[in-house]
Write a protein that binds this ligand. Structure first.
Ligand code: PMP
Length: 375
């Protein structure tokens, strides 16, 4: 309106590596069927909503004070959950929590990455690993995956020997492909990395509750440089809560405490998460249903003529859209049918999150219609 060109980020004295970059962001569009951010489609049960209200009311009475800086009660509850579900005894001192696992990963890179240091991941994978590296001044190296998006131990060893990373990310089940990484491969990556120099290996298990196999958490025993990161955003159906956590040697927890902001987890967040963890069984009751829906998506997408990557998560990667418009065109056509999926930039592929049976039916109908238009 002033007639002057709009001031942009690039006009400001920002760090040079941020110039010309875009923020992370899956579109938050208001369409009937939203299957693009790997959320749990089921709202929290009413009994839990009531319990959250009670615990938050209690916390509100003490909001004049800072919250428990070390979130001890919450970390103890998370340790009990991990112990109960993995069969591996996890102590409170081995658990750390933050505002989403994104913040956990950021704190890990602040402590173990940073300027002059390098982090390595196996792409396509969770794009925030590279973005958090950039945000913390850590150099990012993307190594590849095999033809079926599996993580090959030989390729991993060569990439580690070549790039000598300080931090290695292994995402299992991997986002956006759904691929699980076997324990032997994670161990091979860990051992190869330690041979070069002491290296932190971060196993991102955001989707592990949906997987066929078991958590790799027991591998932290005797391996102080191996960290398992988790979240309540997916299987727990609490993405809006913003609660992520890690399990590792207590020394790793001490290290992240050197970089975390004091009182980073609000009293409201701690109260809400504690209420949620009182109802773990209720929260996780949809996991089996979502797994079954995921398996149905795989079968039906294959029947519709799509190539589908085997998935251990609550989402499915499908394609292979190798026409001139590529995956972007199919993404747009699905949106025209009222269905929002994710284009993660993997050539020819899209990713769909398992929703409710009705949402998945709508998605599958749209795919069948689009496959006709696309051919
Ligand atoms: N890791 C992976 C692999 C993810 O896909 C996500 C969410 N998309 C996260 C971590 C971060 O989740 P949150 O910050 O909600 O815990």
């Amino acid at each position: 309106p002033t007639g002057r060109a709009r001031l942009t980020v690039d006009d400001l004295p920002v760090r040079p590596e941020l110039r010309g970059k875009s923020p992370y962001g899956a579109p938050q569009l208001d369409v009937p069927v939203r299957l693009n951010t790997n959320e749990n489609p089921y709202p929290l049960p009413e009994e839990l909503v009531g319990r959250i209200a009670e615990r938050v009311t209690e916390a509100a009475r003490g909001l004049n004070r800072y919250p428990d800086r070390d979130a001890l009660e919450l970390r103890a509850a998370l340790a009990r959950y991990l112990t109960a579900t993995t069969g591996h005894p996890v102590a409170t001192e081995s658990v750390w929590a933050a505002n989403g696992s994104n913040e956990v990963l950021q704190q890990l890179l602040q402590a173990f990455g940073g300027p002059g240091r390098t982090a390595l991941g196996f792409e396509p994978s969770y794009s925030m690993h590279g973005l958090i590296a950039r945000g913390t001044g850590t150099s990012w190296v993307a190594a590849g995956r095999g033809a079926d998006f599996e993580l090959d131990a030989g390729t991993a060893r060569r990439a580690i020997a070549e790039h000598r990373p300080d931090v290695v990310f292994v995402c299992t089940p991997n986002n956006p492909t759904g691929t699980a990484v076997p324990a032997e491969t994670v161990l091979a990556v860990h051992d190869a990395a330690q041979q070069v120099r002491p290296t932190l290996v971060v196993v991102d298990e955001a989707y592990v509750e949906f997987s066929h196999g078991t958590s790799l958490l027991p591998l932290i025993e005797g391996r102080p440089n191996l960290v398992v990161s988790r979240t309540m955003s997916k299987a727990f159906g609490a993405a809006g809560l913003r609660l992520g956590y890690l399990a590792a040697h207590p020394a790793v927890v001490e290290a992240v405490q050197l970089v975390r902001l004091p009182y980073h987890l609000s009293a409201v967040t701690q109260a809400t998460a504690l209420a949620a963890l009182e109802h773990t069984d209720t929260l996780l009751r949809y996991v089996d249903r979502l797994r079954a829906e995921r398996d149905r998506l795989v079968v039906e997408l294959r029947a519709a003529g799509c190539e589908v990557t085997d998935s251990d998560a609550n989402f499915v990667q499908f394609g292979n859209f190798d026409g001139p418009g590529g995956a972007a065109e199919v993404w747009r056509l699905l949106l025209d049918h009222g269905v929002l999926v994710r284009d993660n930039g993997v050539p020819g592929r899209l990713r769909v999150t398992a929703g409710t049976p009705e949402e998945n039916d709508a998605f599958l109908d749209a795919v069948r219609a689009v496959m006709k238009e696309y051919d």
